[in-house]
Design a protein around this ligand. Sequence first.
Ligand SMILES: [Zn+2]
Length: 273
Amino acid sequence: MPEGDTIYRTATVLRRALAGRVVTGFDLVAAKLTPAAARRQVVGGTVKAVESNGKHLLITFTTDGEDVVLHTHMRMQGQWHVYRPGERWWFAPSKARVVIRTDEYVAPCESPPVVELLTAREIALHPVVPELGPDVIADEFDFAEAIRRLRAQPGRDIATALLDQRTLSGIGNEFKNEILFITRTSPWTKVADLEEDDLRRILDVSRDLMRRNRDGGPRRTRFVLDRRQMVWVQERTRLPCYECGTPIEWGTHPGEFRKSWYCPRCQNVPQPV
Ligand SMILES: [Zn+2]
């Protein structure tokens, strides 16, 4: 499942392939175009920038007028690919909702749930993107702003808060579960019950894990020699905790379909009797 580390890496790959190149083909299927963006001619322009913000990917093009920005968001599925022209694709071309062509590379996007084309001015007013919380993986990270956004809804549990992209952007369910294990935090702890130092440690671990994963390979949150043991709790139901041997459990949160996996003992979660 794409999390912030995956999208960051995708942006890096797309930037290397496309940035600065002239667009020779640009196809959108079932995309949302604003009227101002629909009037602009992308073919013949260049790829000006490729950026990620949390799980959002933004590609800016110069056009015959104002710059336009392609916004894709992957949610649970969706993936960008990069091929040489004429190379066989690894997925059915009918599933491509975006295809960007240059002389050197072809970049199709497979099944993204969100595809929008806006002008550069409109993206600044976009209802989702500007509201995103500080990007956990970014080189410059505003701790004070992140803590302010966490504290803004003190009654939420920390698991729900970490998944809210308007609070912090980039953390998905697997990282959330691993971060809470590493920091020995119960997923059901209310934000109000966490000290400043606890929140800071959660943010430090979040940044460390996401940044250690941003260059690719299988996702790892546990750095030991045995490569079969790369995560602490995620999807390890009833397997023994690597720290204390207690069976890993899972539980749910109100209004949230993503489960929390945790060690009842290490994370001090009271068990139903
Ligand atoms: Zn344990």
